[in-house]
Design a protein around this ligand. Structure first.
Ligand code: CTP
Ligand code: MG
Length: 249
């Protein structure tokens, strides 16, 4: 029973969340958070007294479509993350990898075969509301192989060349800023991960490269990615003012 594989098997059985859900959510949380500055891995940084990962998982767990959550934790923190999340929701925790894509692949490998819809969601988007998880899942369920939440780009965007010389202004109306969770038919996500060689910053990028359609649905201001110190300040203000906290389970 001390064999670690046994442990994973046991956890697989107990990690079911909403029994009638048809969705697995992968939460890559193994990054170090270089842009946030020195400290513990980003997913464990505190926001209003709780780690970002706890905020993120609590909100995902409040989405009724979610049957299973798989977290990819920093390799040295797997046990600590299991203990941290045990009171929040039933989750499977696996060690992440060197790149986000490796962490997603590790989490995907822990999803049982009978789950047909898989969402990939950054722990760093800690305040993403359960409703966005539901919307992405519903769009995949309705027949889209790949679905991403997106928002219009607010800044004017310039293309630049050497020495910061402006080459031109990009037509903003055709640009979107993309968030997570990104939703996929499981077979599509598994196939593109298997085939991927180059590193991608999101999973939809691999689907695009494979020539399959990726469709955008409206994103949420609350799904901002906490990347730099200013984002923590913003997130803290959002928590205080928008109160996106789902009820405790
Ligand atoms: N991530 C991961 N494994 C990695 C790198 C990133 O699971 N090897 C996760 C992060 O934990 C985060 C999400 O992918 O939840 C989005 O990545 P990002 O915001 O870039 O986080 P970090 O890589 O931690 O931050 P930075 O790039 O500033 O170091
Ligand atoms: Mg990163």
């Amino acid at each position: 029973m001390n064999d670690p594989h046994h442990l994973v098997e046991d956890r697989d059985v107990t990690a079911q969340l909403h029994a009638r859900g048809d969705v697995a959510v992968l939460v890559p949380a193994a990054g170090s958070g270089v842009r946030l500055g020195p400290g513990v891995p980003k997913a464990l940084r505190l926001l209003a007294g709780e780690p970002l990962l706890v905020h993120a998982v609590r909100r995902v767990a409040a989405a009724p479509s979610v049957r299973l959550i798989v977290v990819a934790a920093p390799a040295a923190e797997v046990t600590a993350v299991r203990e941290l999340l045990a009171p929040v929701a039933p989750v499977i925790v696996v060690p992440g990898g060197a790149e986000r894509q490796d962490s997603v692949a590790a989490a995907l490998a822990a999803v049982p075969d009978d789950v047909d819809i898989v969402l990939v969601h950054d722990a760093a988007r800690a305040l993403t509301p359960p409703g966005l998880v539901e919307s992405v899942a519903a769009a995949v369920r309705s027949g889209h192989p790949a679905v991403i939440p997106a928002q219009p780009v607010v800044d004017t965007i310039k293309e630049v060349g050497t020495q910061e010389r402006v080459l031109g202004t990009v037509d903003r109306s055709v640009l979107r800023s993309v968030q997570t969770p990104q939703g996929f038919r499981r077979d599509v996500l598994a196939a593109v991960h298997e085939a991927a060689s180059a590193a991608h910053t999101d999973d939809a990028g691999m689907v695009e490269k494979a020539g399959l359609p990726v469709v955008c649905i409206p994103g949420s201001d609350l799904a901002l990615k906490i990347t730099r110190p200013l984002d923590l300040v913003l997130a803290e203000a959002l928590l205080a003012h928008a109160d996106p906290q789902p009820p405790a389970r």
